[in-house]
Structure formats: structure tokens, C-alpha cells
Design a binder for this molecule. Sequence first.
Ligand SMILES: [Zn+2]
Length: 324
Amino acid sequence: MLSFNRGAIYSTNGHRVVFDPERKIKHGLAIISHAHSDHARKHSVTSIMTPETQAISGLDAVTVPYGKHSVEGIELEFTDAGHVLGSAQTRIDDVVYTGDFRMADSPLFKGAQPMECDDLIIETTFGRPEYVFPDPAEVGAELGEWVKKNSDAGRIVVVGGYALGKSQELTRALNDSGIVPVVHHKIHAINDIYSEHGKNLGEYVHSDSEEGREMMRDAFVVQMPQHAVREDFLHTLSVQNHRPVVACTATGWAGTFFTRGVQRTFPLSDHADYNQLMEYVEQAQPKRVHTMHGFAAEFARQLQRKGWDAMPIKGREKTLHHFL
Ligand SMILES: [Zn+2]
């Protein structure tokens, strides 16, 4: 039986499974889809995740690689969600939980394959028709070209992106354009885990190493976590190094949000865009669709217009009592 209470809960054979629990749960099993902090939380119950997600998150867990497994009394299938290293879609019986996913291939990942099911719980971060992203490899090449042009002109170039996921795609894109970036320690640690798990990112240098400090005497390219790319930081960097500084970021929200002091924002996302979300539903052919995250209500309405039984999980949570 599937139910919703600040997340999706599935009960089967006397077991209770909660997908990416938003709060601490006291009983049942937690399925952790990937290592982003809004999905991978510490729980006192058993957490199930891929070995890669465990390596990045450092959480205690029963680890299960991609494939079909019998684990803790349930039969589950994990398949690659194409979002970040170790990200998994989960199928238990006729229920599929996508977690964050991307269907487009990128230089680091194959796109997620839709999983057929009766009940589809799908993340809909970019569930509005205006969110349609270009090919990740093309965006990466365009970004690399922009960075190289600025670096060749003697400028320091700051490249911002989320430390997990985006930054590794950026390290690879920069290397593909002939640039070896200096990277922030948080990004360096995750880059190493990607490399240990067979993802070829190219070269990158720790900002707090002798080689890094040497590189930073010249016009260098540095990768920073998105939140650190602020106007005051960029200004200080320029004053201290006596060089002009330019900055770019990569996000699916390009064109929606602007950061002061950032010259370019590239539409590189590790989520499915609107068209991929639609394609997923059409291929999975579910009887019911449950949308969550981002534009969940808008995407459910789009599906309803096409005849699907679709509702945001927040809507399914409401009982009759709620309206009385
Ligand atoms: Zn994520």
C-alpha cells in the first residue's frame, strides 16, 4: 500500500519503506536515492543506498549496487538515475520512486531509463514547459570556451556550481577544453570519489596544495561551491591578485535567478527538464503519477490535461478531514 505523509511511504509484506524521509523516522526502512543533503539524512532505522551514495554521504547504511536484490526482507531494484554519482531510481513491486534524475546523457553519465510501474513517484523540479535544457555536452563545451577565452586574456576565472554533481561535470568540461582547474577542498574530495568509482574527470588541483598555490600566482581558473561565489569574494580575489576576475555559474535556473558579480550563467542541469519528465511518464505508462519537488502542482496539471491520473503528493496527503 502506498501512502503519503511528508514523503512517500510504501508498505509491503509487513515492511514499511520510506523514500528519502524528510524527517527522522522511528520504524521501517529508509531508501536514500542519492547523496544530496536534502535526500541523504541520518536516520536511526536502517538506510539502504548504493555504495557510491554511501561513499559520498558517509552515512551508515546497507549498500546495494544497481540491479535487483532481496534486502532486509524486501525485493527492490535500483537503476541509475543519471543525476549524480550513485543516484538510484527504486522499484519495489509495482511502485517506482525516481528520486532526482536526468534522462539526457552527459559526458559523465548515461541518462536514466524509465521504469514501468503502476504507481510512479516522480521528482518534478523543472516541471514547467519553459524549462527545456540544451544538450549537457554542448553547454559544457560552450562554458569551457568562455572560460578559456577569459583565462587566455589574463583574467582569473571563477566557476561556481553545487559541490556534488555539478562541479564534477564542470571539472570534466574544463578539462575537455584544455583547462586544469584549481578546486575548492569540498569539490576536491568529491572529485576524488568520482575518480575512484571510474568517472574520468581529467586533472584538478587542490587549492590548498603547493601546486595549487603556485598556479594561483598566474591567471588561474578556480572551481568554487555555488554559495561561495559572491560579489565580495570576487572583489577581494581581484584586489589581492592584482588581476581582473570574471565568474560564471552553471544551473538549470539560468535565466531565472541572477547572482551579483557573475557575468555568465550556463543552463547546465543534472535534473530532467520538462520534456524529459513528460517522456518519462509516457514510457513508464503508470496508472497513477505522484509528483513531488519544484513545480509538482503545475506538472500534475499538465499530466491531467493529457488524461493521466496525476496529483502532487501534497494533494494526496490531504484527507477529507482536512477540508471539514
Ligand atoms: Zn539531487
